[in-house]
Design a protein around this ligand. Structure first.
Ligand SMILES: NCC(=O)N[C@@H](Cc1c[nH]cn1)C(=O)O
Ligand SMILES: [Zn+2]
Ligand SMILES: [Zn+2]
Length: 492
């Protein structure tokens, strides 16, 4: 640890070390819930996960509400309930700052057949890493925050801040229903919030902590091509009709080239150029390309310099193709011509791209590509979800408090980074509540969020708990300094 720890911190850190197996057990219990928000048939499990998380907060003494946010209309038109959102609060001392922590307890799909070496919903410790779906994205960080609070409470150390929680169960699906809730609670639940903290990204390396000052948005599309009313025998009919799958593959292949360049006309028009200030941020980051490739498990990256890599990861759009529905995907070859196939892809959004403009560009382009094929099949393109990018003011004092907390636990300054992934609520918080938002990643670059090897290391989970405990002390000190300075200003 850096510098002399206060007596409080020594007690807090010692307790966290001594109770780490309890914290691990908590994580195992949460990981065991298949709270996958992408597959509708698992919606009941997501709702069950919300109730488990709410009960954990209630055990801490938090006033907790599970807010009904209505229904989700699925692409096939049926409606299913959205999982309730947790709004919780602990402490209402007007002399203390109020920190609102946001997290999500839904996860991406995971099946052992995807190539998992361990059971995805059974927390498995191997060589100091906890493997399982949701360990790093986002159940581990949410629990690290709760563990930090429980440490204060169990040690009878007065919480230095008032705490609020917003925990959702639809982040991986685009945070359906959340914007309306934030609008509704803007002048109620959020009225006394001073700081918002989100811990839903990763470091840039495995050894050096980071703080995140930007994320990309995302626009998810489906492109459906349909032919006759049933699948056809590829021998009995193959060779004399326009096959929907051939049309779809041509459409998907027209979106992006082998250098990762998006081929949709106008898609880069509104992207803001690299600024001097942003370039200076990149120059301060130590970056080892070989280490980074090993961490993400790839042999080749499209660019060689960190400036190009950071730019393409953080401030330029990217297009990824995710899958195809409607065609036989199990092992083996089913010799049919599928009658209806749906391709799924997404385009990461950066400032100042406009979601409705992107939607129009995508639809116009794909209709144009399709028309050139002179196919009698039917094309339907729709944008399933759109989330905006978020960029913070890196001079926001909350980042200073976080840097001090990191220094006390890791004895080093963090990298200041952006992230290519999306946290839909970040921009909603910024635009609707106008509160300061800090992204405080806990996981390491090799945690494999969304992959078959998702994990969080014991050290990041436990040290992350310590960092959050220390952050509460630092943000409380900072808030007092800011208040003193503003009082002085009003007097002079
Ligand atoms: N850890 C954040 C995260 O993984 N967010 C998802 C959210 C999303 C974007 N499009 C659909 N869901 C991400 O993929 O970035
Ligand atoms: Zn995720
Ligand atoms: Zn996440």
């Amino acid at each position: 640890f850096s510098g002399s720890l206060s007596l409080e911190e020594k007690r807090l850190f010692q307790y966290i070390d001594e109770h780490q197996d309890e914290f691990v057990q908590n994580l195992a219990e949460w990981v065991a819930v298949e709270s996958d928000s992408i597959q509708p048939q698992l919606r009941g499990e997501v709702t069950r996960m919300m109730k488990i998380a709410a009960a954990r907060l209630q055990d801490l003494g938090a006033k907790t509400t599970l807010v009904d946010i209505g229904v989700q209309q699925l692409p096939d038109g049926q409606n299913i309930s959205l999982p309730p959102v947790i709004l919780a609060k602990l402490g209402e001392d007007p002399l203390k700052p109020t920190v609102c922590f946001y997290g999500h307890v839904d996860v991406m799909p995971a099946k052992i057949e995807d190539g998992w070496k361990t059971r995805p919903y059974i927390l498995t410790e191997i060589d100091g890493n906890f493997y399982g779906r949701g360990t790093t994205d986002n159940k581990g960080p949410v629990l690290a925050w709760i563990n930090a609070l429980s440490t204060y409470i169990n040690l009878n150390i007065d919480l230095p801040v008032n705490i609020k929680f917003l925990i959702e169960g639809m982040e991986e699906s685009g945070s359906n229903g959340l914007e309306e809730l934030i609008q509704k609670e803007k002048d109620c639940f959020f009225s006394n919030v001073d700081y918002i903290v989100i811990s839903d990204n990763l470091w840039l390396t495995t050894k050096k902590p980071a703080l995140t000052y930007g994320t990309r948005g995302n626009a998810c599309f489906s492109v459906e091509v349909s032919g006759g009313e049933k699948d056809l025998h590829s021998g009995g009919v193959g060779g004399i009709i326009n096959e929907p799958m051939s049309d779809l593959i041509a459409l998907l292949d027209s979106l992006v080239n082998s250098s990762g360049c998006i081929l949709i006309p106008g898609i880069y028009d509104d992207v803001i150029p690299l600024t001097e200030e942003e370039m200076k941020q990149y120059e301060q980051i130590e970056f080892d390309l070989q280490e980074y490739k090993a961490n993400i498990g790839v042999k080749k990256i499209l660019y060689d310099t960190k400036e190009e890599i950071f730019s393409h990861l953080w401030r330029l759009p990217s297009l990824s193709i995710h899958g195809i529905e409607g065609a036989f995907y199990e092992p083996g070859i089913k010799t049919v011509i599928p009658s209806r196939v749906t391709g799924k892809f997404s385009i990461r959004q950066v400032p100042h791209m406009d979601l409705s403009k992107v939607e129009h560009q995508v639809k116009e382009y794909l209709e144009n590509v399709f028309s050139k094929r002179k196919s009698p099949n039917k094309l339907m393109v729709s944008m399933q979800m759109g989330a905006m990018p978020w960029v913070a003011n890196i001079d926001d004092p909350q980042y200073e408090a976080a840097k001090k907390a990191i220094k006390r636990v890791f004895n080093q300054d963090p990298d200041m980074i952006r992230d290519g992934s999306t946290i839909p609520i970040a921009r909603m918080f910024q635009d609707i509540t106008e509160k300061s938002v800090l992204m405080f990643p806990l996981g390491a670059a090799d945690d494999g969020e969304h992959s078959q090897k998702e994990k969080i290391s014991r050290s990041n989970y436990i040290n992350g708990t310590k960092v959050f405990a220390s952050f509460l002390l630092e943000i409380s000190k900072l808030h007092k300094e800011l208040q003193k300075a503003s009082n002085l200003k009003t007097v002079t």
